[in-house]
Design a binder for this molecule. Structure first.
Ligand code: ZN
Ligand code: ZN
Length: 413
C-alpha cells in the first residue's frame, strides 16, 4: 500500500485542475478518463466545481470496449466518423470548454489490430475534428493531459511484480515525477519548476539559432533548420485570454518547431515507440529536404510506415524538443511505454503537426501563412525519442557562430 494514498490522489486532482487546465469560473470542462480511473475522475469533477466550473462533461473511455470494436467491428465503421460526434466537438468549441484527458491504457491495447483500420480511423477522426484539434494546438483554450495507472499498463512497466505491487509502483512513479508527496505543496513546486523552465527558454530564444546539428554514437547525424521567428516554449502555456495552463503533466521538455523543409540526415531512435498499441523498436528515419524518405525498424516497421503515411504532413517533422539525459523521469530508469512520460525522459522529435505557437504570431496565421513561416501541418503528431547519454547538439546562429547546446546528453548551459 502507498503511504498517504488518498492525500496524494487528492493533491493530484487539484494539481490537474488548478495548474493543468487552470479552470476559470464559468468554464465548461470536457473530462476524458478511462472507466477504471473513476476515483480520480470524480475528485477532478469536485475540484472543477470548487473552482466555479459551469459544467463538467464526462466522456468515459473503456479500453475493453475499444479493443473489441477495433478487432470485431464492421470494416466500414473506421473510415466513417459520425456527424453527431463531430457536433459534440463543435459544441465544446462554442462553449470555449477546457479539455482534461486522463490517460490509462494497456500499451499493447490495440496489438493485433489491422494497421489499415487504425489508419482509416485516424484519418477520418483527424479530418472530422480538425477545427477542434487546430484550436487546441493553437492554445485557444486550456488543455492538459495526465495519466492514471491501470493493471495491464502497470504489469507492462513492472513485469516482475505482482499486479497489486506493480500498480503501487506505477502510482509511486507518477506521483514522484509529478512532484506530489501528499504535503499539499505540489502546486508550489510546480510554480518553481515552470519558472526555471521559462528561464531556459529565454536563453534559447536569445540565441535565435538558424540550425541545430545532432550527432551521437548510434549513428545519428541530423541537421535541423529552425524557422526564422521560432519560439522555444516549455512548462506552461497561455491562452489568447491570458490564462496560464500546463498541457502535459509531467513535463520536462523545452520545444520548438523545425523548419518543415529544412531537415537532412539520419536520426536513430533512442527508445522504443508505443504506437497504436504496438511497439516499434530499434528504428531510424532518413530525411531529405525535410521529408522522411526512408525508415527502418527491427520491430514494428509496418506500423511505423502506416503512421508516416497517414497524410503528406506525417512525412515531415513538427516538433523538436530538448530534455536533459539527467532528468527526473530518465533517472527513474523506467520505460513507461507511454509517450506522455517517455518523451520527458529524452530529447525527441515528432513527425506530423507543429504547434502554431512555435513561431511568433503563428496562432493567428492562416494555414498557408503557417506553412510559409516554416510550420508543418498534419492530422498526425507522433513523438519519438532520440536523446542518448552521448548526444551532442551544436547550434548555429544566423551570423554563423557555433554554440554547444547539448554536450554528453545534457544542456551545455
Ligand atoms: Zn514533446
Ligand atoms: Zn509532441
Amino acid at each position: 500500500m502507498i503511504e498517504n494514498f488518498d492525500a496524494k490522489l487528492k493533491e493530484y486532482a487539484h494539481l490537474l485542475v488548478e495548474i493543468g487546465v487552470n479552470v476559470q469560473p464559468g468554464q465548461t470542462v470536457r473530462l476524458r478518463p478511462e472507466v477504471s480511473c473513476a476515483g480520480l475522475a470524480r475528485m477532478c469533477v469536485e475540484a472543477c466545481y470548487d473552482r466555479g466550473a459551469r459544467e463538467v462533461v464526462l466522456e468515459w473511455d473503456d479500453d475493453f470496449v475499444l479493443r473489441q470494436k477495433f478487432l470485431r467491428g464492421a470494416e466500414d465503421i473506421f473510415g466513417d466518423f459520425p456527424a453527431y460526434e463531430k457536433a459534440r466537438f463543435d459544441w465544446y468549441l462554442e462553449q470555449g470548454a477546457v479539455d482534461l484527458s486522463i490517460l490509462g491504457s494497456d500499451p499493447e491495447l490495440l496489438k493485433g489490430v489491422d494497421p489499415a483500420r487504425m489508419q482509416a480511423y485516424r484519418r477520418a477522426a483527424g479530418n472530422a475534428v480538425r477545427a477542434y484539434s487546430d484550436a487546441l494546438d493553437a492554445n485557444k483554450f486550456q488543455w492538459s493531459v495526465a495519466a492514471h495507472p491501470v493493471p495491464s499498463w502497470a504489469k507492462k512497466v513492472f513485469p516482475d511484480l505482482t499486479e497489486a505491487e506493480a500498480m503501487d509502483a506505477l502510482w509511486e512513479a507518477i506521483f514522484s515525477v509529478c512532484r506530489i508527496d501528499g504535503d499539499g505543496k505540489a502546486i508550489q513546486r510546480w510554480r518553481e519548476h515552470i519558472d526555471a523552465t521559462a528561464r531556459r527558454c529565454e536563453k534559447l530564444n536569445g540565441y535565435n539559432f538558424r540550425s541545430l546539428h545532432y550527432t551521437n554514437s548510434l549513428g545519428t547525424d541530423l541537421t535541423v533548420q529552425l524557422p526564422e521567428n521560432h519560439v522555444w516554449a516549455g512548462g506552461s502555456e497561455k491562452t489568447d485570454a491570458g490564462v496560464e495552463f500546463v498541457p502535459n503533466m509531467p513535463t520536462e521538455e523545452i520545444f520548438t518547431a523545425p523548419k518543415w523543409d529544412g531537415v537532412d540526415g539520419r536520426v536513430y531512435a533512442a527508445m522504443p515507440l508505443a504506437l497504436d498499441g504496438n511497439l516499434v523498436k530499434d528504428f531510424y528515419l532518413d530525411f531529405e529536404g525535410g521529408r522522411i524518405v526512408d525508415v527502418h525498424a527491427e520491430q514494428g516497421e509496418e506500423v511505423l510506415r502506416h503512421s508516416i503515411d497517414v497524410d503528406e504532413g506525417s512525412r515531415y517533422l513538427g516538433e523538436a524538443a530538448l530534455v536533459p539525459f539527467d532528468s527526473p523521469i530518465r533517472n527513474k530508469g523506467i520505460l513507461f511505454y507511454e509517450t506522455l512520460f517517455d518523451e520527458n525522459a529524452s530529447c525527441h522529435f515528432a513527425f506530423g503537426s507543429a504547434y502554431p505557437t512555435c513561431v511568433k504570431g503563428g496562432a493567428d496565421m492562416t494555414e498557408a501563412q503557417q506553412k510559409a513561416a516554416g510550420l508543418n501541418q498534419s492530422i498526425n503528431h507522433v513523438d519519438f525519442m532520440v536523446g542518448t547519454a552521448d548526444l551532442s547538439i551544436v547550434g548555429t546562429t544566423h551570423d554563423g557562430k557555433e554554440v554547444p547546446v547539448f554536450v554528453d546528453g545534457n544542456f551545455a548551459f
